[in-house]
Design a protein around this ligand. Structure first.
Ligand code: 6PG
Length: 248
């Protein structure tokens, strides 16, 4: 059964610190048991300070980077050096600054187009998580959009919302008209830990609707790992419509 933990923090700085500490503790726990740690990163603006933090001297020395395998929750179908690329975001802020072997970076090759990129990513997942019918990432960082999307699973995309057979799927988002590739709900729900990073008052309504169960149909509301935990790290502005918010 899923455990959902909600943590309301004062600022984006506090949120980033908590997320970085979670990264460290989840990585240490996984490495102690299996020798490696798999994490999927997201794009958007909220995780950027977390990536920057993890690349600073303190974190660089606390993490066994050669044991960490990086995946992505989603990607836009743009070249890898495009400003909209989720890989570029993580690469600029984190991957280029840490001693992680190239072979541990499993990016989504969005520049190949949605169908090909999704197929190749599915193969990469299958290869890495060899004996598992559904990949089980140790940690996934996610965001939530004001419309309730998470990764690139948008509310009205029937295929992306309903697939039970795919691990990664091509998605076309009409506004602003862009092709993407996303991990699917079965993969998000098979993770050890999923961490939602949510800030700002524009997210207050969707946070309330999801966390108070007003609408459990939003893609982000449907992410509740079957055998793991979902942690919602929310700043006070995004949490302001929650009934029982307790700041930590
Ligand atoms: C992306 C995403 C997406 C994002 C949300 C929240 O690449 O855009 O993975 O799902 O996490 O849209 O984005 P913000 O952090 O910018 O609010």
């Amino acid at each position: 059964m899923t455990t959902r933990r909600i943590e309301v923090v004062k600022s984006i700085e506090d949120l980033s610190l908590k997320a970085a500490e979670l990264f460290v503790s989840e990585a240490a726990a996984a490495i102690a048991v299996r020798g490696i740690f798999s994490v999927a990163l997201s794009g958007g603006s909220t995780p950027a300070p977390v990536y920057s933090l993890l690349s600073n001297d303190e974190y660089r020395s606390r993490i066994s980077w050669d044991r960490i395998h990086f995946f992505w929750a989603d990607e836009r179908c743009v070249p890898q050096d495009h400003t909209d690329s989720n890989y570029k975001l993580a690469s600029d802020l984190l991957l280029s600054k840490i001693p992680v072997p190239k072979a541990n970076i499993h990016r989504i090759q969005g520049e190949l187009g949605p169908d090909r990129a999704a197929n190749i990513y599915e193969n990469a997942l299958r290869f890495f998580f060899q004996d598992m019918p559904v990949p089980s990432l140790d940690l996934i960082f996610l965001g939530v959009g004001t419309d309730g999307h998470t990764a690139s699973i948008f509310p009205n995309e029937a295929k992306a919302n309903n697939t039970t057979t795919r691990t990664a799927i091509p998605v076309y988002v009409e506004t602003p008209g862009i092709h993407r590739v996303s991990l699917t709900l079965p993969v998000l729900n098979n993770a050890g830990t999923v961490v939602f990073l949510v800030t700002g008052k524009t997210k207050a309504r969707i946070v309330r609707d999801i966390l108070e169960g007003i609408n459990s149909g939003f893609p982000a509301a449907r992410v509740n790992p079957d055998r793991g935990q979902a942690i919602w790290l929310i700043d006070h502005e995004a949490a302001k419509l929650l009934n029982h918010r307790k700041m930590i």
